[in-house]
Write a protein that binds this ligand. Structure first.
Ligand code: 13P
Length: 338
């Protein structure tokens, strides 16, 4: 693969229905996932788990890029092969999370700003020398009483734009992730409004910093009801409202939108993506950059035991295949019966 130009890299990642495997859980987050299956979060266990994911058959043809955490981009598989080379062997591109997490936002109780601009340039150069072709930065927006504030949206979207410019200047594609959290009892319309305000601000800041939109990928939330809302919007409503919000706020020359799953069940995340692609009529590729919705079944099946590696890989392969079909609008619920 000789992809040296950011526009070609962005296009490659979402070509032919392919999407992104988000495997960039920080060590504390990975610890939480491992707790759920009773496995200790040691460096070796994290390595074994990521190795099994990246060797899964279903990576090929379905996954165009994998987002890694700093520890993983430096790790080698049991046989000494660098994990990032396993990804390349599957014809996918290694990517890297480059933000440094969340910090409380001054004078804005309940809100955070993502940090990591200090030293970013040096970190990006090192990751690029290791073969990373794309990068991710996640901003978090909460819905609540009077939230999100304009200050929170503005601070987070400005940082996203600064990061995106820096990534492009180092020859890597930025995946800009303004995540409006599902946590709460809010309605789907409140989610629409918070998502719209975030996207408007994001693209204004990207334009101000002269970020090349054709060399950028957007990783947004879908427009859904809050997790604890008493009325839950159905698949059609989520698909239509998400599409309306994106069409109204995302420039047409962006090559791809790769959704986060944000706590949706794995099949529902696939069903939503498929419903949008069945509707069609938008200018970008509409695909996935799922963490939990790609990994949940594989993690459960693995349970930390080497004898479960094959069934675990089969689970990841299945979800990767289903989501590729959803990105093409060709998924059917029956395909989930195996
Ligand atoms: P989820 O799909 O589990 O939300 O994770 C995607 C991700 O990378 C969040 O930053």
């Amino acid at each position: 693969m000789s992809l040296n130009n950011i526009e070609d890299i962005a296009t490659f990642i979402v070509a032919d229905g392919k999407g992104i495997l988000a495997a960039d859980e920080s060590n504390p987050t990975c610890g939480k996932r491992f707790d759920s299956i009773g496995v200790e979060s040691t460096e070796e266990n994290r390595r074994d788990y990521r190795e099994l994911l990246f060797r899964s058959k279903g990576m090929k043809d379905n996954i165009g890029g994998v987002i890694l955490f700093d520890e993983t981009i430096r790790q080698s598989a049991k046989d000494g092969t660098l994990l990032r080379d396993l990804i390349k062997n599957q014809s996918a591109l290694p990517g890297i999370k480059v933000d440094k997490g969340l910090q409380p936002l001054e004078d804005c109780p309940g809100e955070t700003v993502t940090i990591g601009l200090d030293g970013l340039d040096e970190r990006l150069k090192e990751y690029s020398s290791m073969g990373a072709k794309f990068t991710k930065w996640r901003a978090v927006i909460n819905i609540g009483d009077g939230l999100p504030s304009d200050k929170c949206i503005d601070a987070n979207m400005e940082a996203l734009a600064d990061y995106a410019k820096c990534a492009q200047d180092t020859g890597m594609v930025p995946v800009v992730e303004p995540e409006v959290l599902m946590d709460g009892e809010h309605s789907i319309d409140e989610c629409y409004e918070a998502t719209e305000r975030s996207l408007k601000s994001l693209f204004e800041h990207l334009e101000k910093k002269a970020v090349n939109i054709k060399g950028t990928l957007l990783k947004p939330n879908m427009v859904t009801s809050g997790k604890d809302a008493s009325v839950q919007a159905g698949i059609d409503e989520v698909a239509k409202k998400t599409l309306n919000c994106l069409i109204a706020n995302v420039p047409a020359d962006l090559p791809g939108i790769t959704f986060l799953s944000g706590g949706q069940s794995d099949v529902l995340a696939t069903a939503h993506l498929d419903a949008m692609n069945k509707i069609g009529g938008f200018p970008w590729k509409l695909s996935f950059s799922y963490g939990r919705a790609l990994q949940a079944a594989a993690l459960q099946a693995w349970g930390g035991k080497s004898e479960n590696v094959f069934i675990s890989q089969d689970e990841l392969s299945h979800r990767a295949e289903m989501n590729k079909l959803a990105s093409l609008g060709e998924w059917e619920e029956d395909l989930e019966d195996r």
